[in-house]
Design a protein around this ligand. Structure first.
Ligand code: BGC
Length: 380
């Protein structure tokens, strides 16, 4: 009898603990700092019952921390970032930030829309980059939290006024970051405008799954048979080139460092990889775009998106001047990489590229997911 009671008790205990575990989604808020204009910036920490934690600040919607386990359950922060708000304000290469209105480059900062020419900031040599002088990465977003049984979300809202940074239309943007129980971070974008405008939203996290100073031993697969070659100023030439037999072929997992220093005009122009790949199956909605893995730690990240392109940037401009968080060191050359899901660069000026125009009656929506796991990877 005692035995039966014990068995029953342990069964009750088991179900009860499992239950509390599945419900262990959490979101907490603390103060991160004040901008130089005196605006308070909060930091939200989203966590799931598997122990994954993502921290996001309201300044730039920046992901400052993403802690995910290796094959032995050891958690490591897999994104580059700063300790201090002032570093993000003064000298950030877009670490972890939301990018808009137009991610990537627009040639000479000019585009035409409905017969009118618009002029944007030339903040990257002669070109416009990542939304201009004060893009979505440098504004403070309004935040609200949502918690459900198996998901926890942070909703960020920003109203970009008509002609802000030179773009037409009052644009209302909503970004929903959601952490799920299966170690996926979903990013849902939504935008509406009151005048015809252009739009290309993305997320600019720099990933390093190994916790070491280099991403060259990471393996990458890109679900893309073609990429967009660039001119000397990193503007796509307009050609769509097959990756076969080039260093741009990531159709099967390949070490990033394997061909990065090859004699190749495109690698020279990008100073490494800094190109947009043309994702396969553009019309099926959310699909696998990339798989990044670190064979040493066993960490893997899959990227899913409904966007037509992905910019793979191998951290070529990191030059040892950006202070590492929680450390006295600096981020060296190629110590982080970006996988920016997006439309094609300079699309407003390239008629053959998919359209990036948003009209007043439309609602722009898009989704990207970063899914972390520890599959059996060959240890190297
Ligand atoms: C671009 C790089 C640029 C970097 C800025 C990337 O999205 O492709 O060319 O230098 O952003 O940090």
């Amino acid at each position: 009898m005692r035995k039966i009671v014990l068995i029953l008790l342990s069964l009750v205990g088991f179900t009860c603990c499992k239950e509390t575990q599945t419900n262990k989604m959490a979101i907490n808020k603390d103060f991160f700092g004040k901008t130089k204009d005196g605006i308070a910036v909060d930091r939200y920490s989203l966590s799931n019952s598997a122990g994954m934690r993502v921290q996001i600040i309201t300044y730039g919607g920046i992901i400052t921390t993403m802690e995910v386990p290796d094959r032995n359950g050891i958690f490591q922060d897999v994104v580059l970032g700063y300790d201090k708000l002032s570093d993000y304000e003064e000298s950030s290469p877009y670490f972890g930030a939301l990018i808009g209105r137009f991610g990537n480059r627009i040639a000479e900062g000019k585009f035409r829309l409905e017969g009118k020419e618009y002029t944007l900031a030339q903040n990257d040599g002669e070109n416009h980059l990542h939304g201009g002088t004060k893009g979505f990465d440098k504004v403070v977003w309004k935040a609200s939290e949502q918690i459900q049984k198996d998901e926890v979300s942070l909703k960020l809202i920003y109203l970009s006024k008509d002609m802000e940074e030179g773009y037409p239309g009052n644009l209302s943007v909503e970004v929903l970051y959601t952490l799920t129980q299966d170690n996926t971070l979903k990013i849902n974008y939504k935008a509406v405008t009151d005048q015809t405008t252009i739009l290309n939203l993305t997320q600019h996290s720099y990933f390093n799954l190994s916790g070491t100073n280099s991403i060259l031993d990471h393996e990458l697969m890109l679900n893309a048979d073609a990429y967009l070659p660039v001119d000397e100023t990193l503007i796509p030439t307009g050609e769509i080139v097959n990756v076969a037999k080039t260093p741009f072929d990531f159709t099967k997992p390949k070490k990033i460092g394997r061909e990065i220093n090859d004699e190749d005009l495109q690698l020279k122009r990008g100073l490494g990889y800094d190109h947009c790949w043309v994702l396969n199956e553009p019309n099926i909605g959310l699909r696998l775009a990339a798989v990044l893995s670190d064979p040493k730690s066993g960490r893997q990240m899959e990227v899913f998106t409904d966007q037509p392109g992905i910019q793979f940037y191998s951290g070529n401009f990191l030059d040892g001047t950006n202070p590492k968080k929680n450390s006295d060191e600096y981020y060296p050359y190629r110590s982080g990489l970006c996988l920016e899901t997006q439309h094609y660069p300079n699309a407003p000026n390239e008629a053959s590229f998919p359209i990036v125009v948003l009209n007043p009656q439309e609602v722009f929506t898009s989704q990207t997911q970063f899914k972390f796991s520890n599959p059996k990877l060959d240890q190297k």
